[in-house]
Design a protein around this ligand. Structure first.
Ligand code: NI
Length: 209
């Protein structure tokens, strides 16, 4: 393919992904290497147009236990980043994730759903615990120190920022909203967006497991 067309296609793909994000800037519009190919090495995070997504993390689950990606070895992971005080987007996306998992029936056993907070100041393990229970029995809520959360947000290219205006009694979080499907060896398989339905996600996961 003509290299100009190729780089234009790459740029278009990145821009349409950005356009689909609700109320958030996306870190990965900044393509570090325009010429990098899309590569997928086993055991390594997928590189989307030269940008790596996913990687190691150290966080705390709702029981107060330290958890890394190794705790879910052998499992696919469905990961959503958000915060428990979120008025609309996060509960909608987590409910959708739950519906997709329910549609998968027994096949969902191969998947560990994770909810990682972008708001560790307020989302303590206790708060995460009571929140995730409301959605799906096997959903694990992960929080951590600000440095641990910053590191995982960076590796998954999640934008998150505190926002407060004078009329607000407390801050809210502006954040990107994606559901990531990761392979058992932590390779990115798919990114689902707000407009993807539970039916679409369930069918797509079924095809990819
Ligand atoms: Ni939210």
């Amino acid at each position: 393919m003509n290299p100009n067309i190729k780089s234009r296609l790459k740029r278009t793909a990145v821009l349409s992904l950005a356009a689909l994000c609700i109320g958030a800037l996306i870190a990965f519009v900044q393509i570090q290497n325009e010429n990098a190919a899309v590569t997928q090495k086993p055991g390594a995070p997928m590189a989307v147009a030269g940008v790596q997504i996913g990687g190691n993390f150290t966080l705390t689950d709702q029981g107060g236990n330290t958890v890394t990606e190794k705790n879910f070895a052998g499992k696919y992971k469905l990961i959503y980043f958000g915060f428990t005080f979120c008025p609309a987007v996060c509960p909608t996306e987590l409910a959708k994730m739950t519906r997709a998992l329910n549609m998968l029936g027994g096949k969902a056993d191969a998947i560990q759903p994770l909810f990682i907070t972008v708001d560790p100041d307020r989302d303590t393990p206790q708060i995460m615990g009571s929140y995730v229970k409301a959605f799906y029995p096997r959903l694990i809520g992960l929080t951590g120190t600000q440095a641990q959360i910053d590191a995982v947000l960076k590796s998954y290219r999640i934008y998150a920022k505190k926002v407060q205006t004078p009329e607000m009694s407390d801050y809210t979080m502006d954040h990107s909203s994606f559901i990531y499907l990761m392979s058992p060896d932590d390779t990115l398989i798919a990114i689902y967006r707000s407009e993807d339905t539970a039916e679409f996600i369930a069918e797509d996961i079924e095809n990819k497991l």
